[in-house]
Design a protein around this ligand. Structure first.
Ligand code: FES
Length: 576
């Protein structure tokens, strides 16, 4: 065990349990009420297990039992574990979108850690937004913490085909609408895709974010790819329980780990993974909570240099189980080690370089060699232009190469309901060269910046064999999806950003090589349209929706709340 910096008397929890006054009496009394003895918790690190388990969060269905395996490690190391349930954000079930609630979970995490007598935390999550939310809250509190990822589900299997959640949902939905599969096939698929507990089996947002958090230094090395139902998963959870107690004694706080170097490593990892576009907003939001330096342009720069080395859906053909057996994240990081800041400290107390030393790739078709990347296109490109002065993003590695340089007429939808109502209308004036433009789907317009960005291809074009078109919006897109889809346009249309001035028939010019996106309309006409713009009526008149709309930042600032998005400022509660 490394050098001890904390003593029993300097533990944060000692303020609650170590005082011989009336409050101390009451605090101890309530643990004694549960059958514990004084010596079980007084002067020992109290570890909060922040658990996002719920039956509405199906990816986390095993986390209730996994918390017991964390507990086992905490007890063994001499700590005292307490489990605290937190908001569960099941990506598929929660409407309008889990992104609407990411900041709420971040705030809840911060307040759970702040208000309770805790010295350290195990953060249990994995389904898309839970990972950044838990880390954002813990970063603000700057309390020693380890993230325990839920782990991916097993590979999907349909007949003799390996299928990925989300990626094949969309693919076969299009085939059903095109009439190339039957309703019976579709129902069979429904029962074949999700074969176990765990997060989506593609390199979607969940595995992108759990990998990024591991690369930031906040998980047991190798944890992110362990399948949820593998027996290695509970062993990893026990390791985390044991290690967090040591971290408390060592006073190893997030501010010592989540440095700008660590975020550099996280972005390199994102780029090499061919990860989800959602990572851009989450990385910025997490970094801003702890004062690290991360911007969209920095991601573009790194992604130009780091090749996509994972052959995983939606960019490639394999799934997370395959990635794990191929060596997992450590093996991938080994392949880009010259691009990493290897001295960055991690929760193990060792550096990133020490953690990945000796990592091997066991399947070169899943984790690709440096000289044979997946394709010559980056994970992410950041665009600027008269539609997106504060940025927009695209995932070129999962786009159609022939659409990366494209000029076509806009077909504008005023909002998601308008899109849903008209996209399959036979009279819609659209062809494969058109550019689908969705308005009012950003952080405030959605509200919540839902994953509507990959607007579905009109049915009449599907029937002609069209499977991709250039689509643009201020929305997000599921990390499991592919296509030539430009997202996160900032400032968004619902606050009068330039996207709101685009009209059906305007020519849209996308030039990937020059990272530009423009509407080819002269400035005087755009100015005239801007003067006519009328702000949409806010959807929410009361409750959380009002707080969200009044305080949410734009995509280039991470979609955090303005009153949460800075480091520090936490006030410790008065105990006496
Ligand atoms: Fe939970 Fe995809 S729905 S990770």
């Amino acid at each position: 065990m490394s050098e001890t910096k904390k003593t029993p008397e300097t533990l944060r929890s000692f303020r609650w349990y170590g005082t011989e006054n009336m409050r101390g009496f009451a605090h101890r009394q309530r643990f004694l009420q549960m059958g514990f003895r004084r010596q079980d918790f007084v002067g020992r690190p109290v570890i909060g297990i922040i658990n996002t388990w719920s039956e509405m969060s199906t990816c986390h269905y095993h986390l209730r039992e996994r918390a017991d395996e964390v507990r086992r490690g905490v007890w063994k190391a001499g700590g005292f574990p307490v489990e605290l349930p937190a908001l569960s954000l099941g990506e598929v079930m929660v409407k309008p979108t889990t992104m609407f609630y990411r900041n709420m979970l971040a705030m809840e995490t911060e307040e759970l850690l702040r208000s309770h007598p805790l010295d350290g935390a195990i953060l249990m999550g994995g389904c898309d937004k839970t990972t950044p939310a838990l880390l954002m809250g813990a970063f603000t509190m700057d309390m020693p913490c380890i993230f325990v990822p839920a782990g991916p589900m097993l590979n999907g299997k349909w007949r003799d085909e390996t299928i990925g959640v989300g990626t094949h949902t969309k693919k076969y939905w299009d085939e059903l609408r095109a009439g190339t599969i039957t309703g019976d096939d579709w129902r069979e698929l429904e029962a074949s895709m999700t074969r176990s507990n765990g997060t989506c089996c593609t390199m979607g947002t969940a595995s992108t974010m759990t990998s990024i958090v591991e690369a930031l230094g906040f998980s047991i090395p190798g944890a992110a790819s362990i399948p949820a139902v593998d027996s290695a998963h509970p062993r990893m959870a026990t390791d985390a329980g044991e290690r967090i107690v040591e971290m408390v004694w060592e006073d190893l706080k997030p501010s010592k780990i989540a440095t700008s170097d660590a975020f550099h490593n996280a972005i390199v990892t994102y780029a090499a993974l061919g990860g989800s576009t959602n990572a851009t907003v989450h990385l910025i939001a997490m970094a801003r909570r702890i004062g690290a330096d991360v911007s969209l342009d920095q991601m573009d720069k790194i992604a130009r240099e780091v090749p996509v080395l994972t052959n995983l859906m939606p960019s490639g053909k394999y799934l997370m189980e395959d990635f794990h057996y191929a060596g997992g994240l450590n093996a991938l990081l080994g392949r880009v080690s010259d691009m990493l800041r290897l001295d960055a400290l991690t929760i193990t107390g060792k550096t990133m370089g020490e953690n990945i030393e000796g990592a091997k790739v066991y399947n070169d078709d899943v984790i690709l060699p440096r000289d044979k990347p997946l394709n010559d296109r980056p994970t992410v490109a950041v665009l600027h232009g008269n539609i997106c002065p504060d940025g927009a993003i695209i995932k070129p590695s999962a786009a159609s190469p022939e659409l990366l340089q494209h000029t076509g007429p806009a077909v504008v939808f005023d909002d998601y309901n308008d899109l849903y109502a008209r996209i399959d209308d036979d009279d819609l004036d659209v062809d494969e060269n058109s550019v689908l433009v969705l308005l009012n789907a950003g952080p405030i317009g959605g509200p919540g910046m839902a994953e509507w960005g990959d607007q579905q291809i009109p049915k009449k074009l599907l029937a002609k064999g069209v499977r991709d078109m250039l689509r643009i919006s201020d929305a997000r897109m599921s990390g499991t999806r592919d296509g030539t889809v430009i997202l996160h346009i900032a400032p968004e249309s619902a606050i009068g950003g330039p996207l709101s001035s685009v009209r059906t028939g305007d020519m849209i010019e996308f030039d990937f090589a020059n990272r530009s996106l423009n509407v080819l309309v002269d400035e005087a006409e755009l100015e005239r349209r801007r003067a006519q713009w009328v702000a949409p009526e806010p959807l929410y008149k009361r409750g959380y929706g009002v707080v969200f709309a009044e305080h949410v930042n734009q995509a280039n600032k991470g979609v955090d709340f303005d009153f949460l998005a800075a480091p520090g400022g936490v006030i410790e509660p008065d105990i006496n």
